[in-house]
Design a protein around this ligand. Structure first.
Ligand code: NAG
Ligand code: NAG
Ligand code: NAG
Ligand code: NAG
Ligand code: NAG
Ligand code: NAG
Length: 420
């Protein structure tokens, strides 16, 4: 199948970037900054290997009022091997507080390096991934709100990173002063997610997820031989596509399709019962081990009509973390779907972040429901209002219930053109 729509999108974003072509940053695959220096494996996890300043921008176009720094640092992969990763640090130009740090996990839902947030955050970058672009607006609300105390924030794909960081920090990085975790639309159970989104408008997340899980540094040793032995040429074409395209393009290309059918891989539905596949998905399940329980307070929130990440899998995680002694406040959003909830919950996320820094989050576990599906820009500080208005404009185009995500995401490409 020829995924012509993503090309339209790429053309659109390319045109937008043309006027500032001189400033266009090099894509990650061609950017030597991302390649760690020889011998980096011997450094301690967390060691900064390279640093540079960047010009941060919203939509790749609008300077975001912060200085940007990027750090290439040594870390440990799922398989225990040493890898290097890039993070972007934003320091507000005005009123920076030096005692706090918000770790914002951006859900970039992709196995292609061109979608790296460290690239798309930069002035002049091609906005290949509209999801990352919108999330950068939400992130903007946290810049300036936050050895400094740390609160970790994420939603959806960003909550894979947030949930796992929350679980692993007590043993992996106990020296950090973590004050809280805000985790929304949490993909606690990726088996649940895969059966939930397969054959839907958003099945396109799955080929990218298979790519990610098959990387050497994650579960490649277990999963790659299996996938290689069963993938059809048809399936391989989608894996290849996902390795060079971002989430929205992947979604459009693979809408309504299934990775559990024999024209994608020869095992069909039986793949779910393959021991190697089960091992990998089971290992990715959050909340299984008492020594992997967050020790800082957690704010979980989730739409009960979430059409992408199953709600019950998140409440299951809530129960498990609470049984293991974690402090978790869980808010169920009763109106709106996955994307609406991300935006409508922003005030609650900011409030939690502020209480976490202040150390005033109540202990224990509690659940509540919010039926509120409105976000009032006036509830935010004056300087944040334009950002909230931008977010709401995007949201209006998404429709209140996110019912038809595919069309909505397609429409979004047009919207961003207008806004830029
Ligand atoms: C940043 O890189 C420069 C060299 O390019 C080095 O002198 C400096 O120590 C680095 N800073 C950090 C925090 O690693
Ligand atoms: C994870 O999802 C799978 C598939 O839906 C389900 O069978 C399993 O019970 C779930 N496990 C947990 C702990 O949520
Ligand atoms: C991944 O591992 C395989 C088997 O060890 C090796 O042949 C391949 O070169 C590795 N790929 C990368 C990108 O390191
Ligand atoms: C996880 O979500 C899947 C998909 O909706 C569902 O089938 C399964 O029952 C859920 N399991 C648990 C334990 O939450
Ligand atoms: C819903 O949230 C909005 C914006 O935060 C607020 O102005 C309004 O009072 C809330 N409505 C209810 C019923 O809580
Ligand atoms: C973008 O807008 C144009 C004009 O309104 C419309 O014809 C086109 O289908 C839209 N494209 C997408 C991807 O929604």
């Amino acid at each position: 199948m020829t995924p012509f729509l993503p090309h339209t999108l790429l053309a659109l974003t390319a045109v937008l970037s043309l006027s500032i072509a001189a400033l266009v940053p090099v894509p990650p695959s061609l950017d030597p900054f991302y390649n760690p220096p020889a011998g980096f494996e011997a450094e301690e996890p967390g060691t900064i290997l390279r640093n540079r300043t960047v010009d941060p921008a919203l939509f790749g176009l609008l300077p975001n009022g912060a200085e940007g720094y990027q750090l290439l640092y040594r870390t440990s992969a799922i398989d225990g091997s040493a890898i290097a990763d890039v993070t972007t640090v934003f320091v507000p130009l005005i009123g920076a507080m030096t005692d706090r740090f918000v770790a914002f996990q951006n859900p970039y839902d992709s196995s292609a390096t061109i979608c790296n947030p460290s690239y798309t955050y930069q002035l002049g970058s091609v906005q290949t991934d509209l999801i990352t672009t919108i999330i950068a607006l939400a992130m903007q609300l946290f810049i300036g709100r936050g050895a400094p105390d740390i609160v970790g924030v994420g939603y959806s794909g960003g909550s894979i990173a947030t949930g796992w960081a929350a679980q692993l920090q007590p043993t992996y990085a106990p020296e950090l002063s973590i004050k809280g975790w805000s985790s929304g639309g949490t993909p606690a159970n990726i088996t649940g997610v895969s059966v939930f989104v397969d054959n839907t408008a958003v099945s396109g997340f799955l080929p990218a997820a298979l790519n990610g899980l098959s990387r050497n540094s994650s579960y490649g040793a277990t999963l790659k031989p299996l996938i290689d032995s069963i993938i059809t040429p048809y399936g391989q074409a989608y894996l290849d596509f996902a390795n060079v395209n971002c989430g929205p393009a992947d979604i459009l290309a693979f809408t309504g399709q299934s990775i559990f059918e024999t024209h994608f891989q020869t095992k069909g539905r039986d793949l779910l019962y393959d021991p190697a596949f089960q091992y990998v998905l089971a290992d990715c399940l959050m909340g299984q081990r008492k020594n992997e329980t967050p020790t800082a307070p957690v704010f979980m929130f989730h739409a009960n009509n979430d059409e992408i990440i199953p709600y019950e899998n998140a409440t299951t995680l809530y129960n498990e973390w609470c049984d293991f002694g974690a402090d978790v406040q869980f808010t169920t959003y009763g109106s709106g779907g996955h994307l609406t909830t991300e935006v409508v919950s922003l005030l609650a996320q900011l409030e939690f972040t502020a209480s976490a820094f202040a150390g005033t989050v109540p202990g224990g576990c509690s659940m509540k429901t919010s039926l509120n599906n409105t976000l009032n820009p006036l509830d935010f500080a004056l300087d944040l209002e334009p950002i909230v208005v931008n977010l709401l404009t995007v949201l209006l185009n998404l429709g209140e219930q996110d019912a038809n995500l595919l069309e909505n995401i397609a429409g979004l490409h047009n919207t961003s053109g207008v806004q830029s």
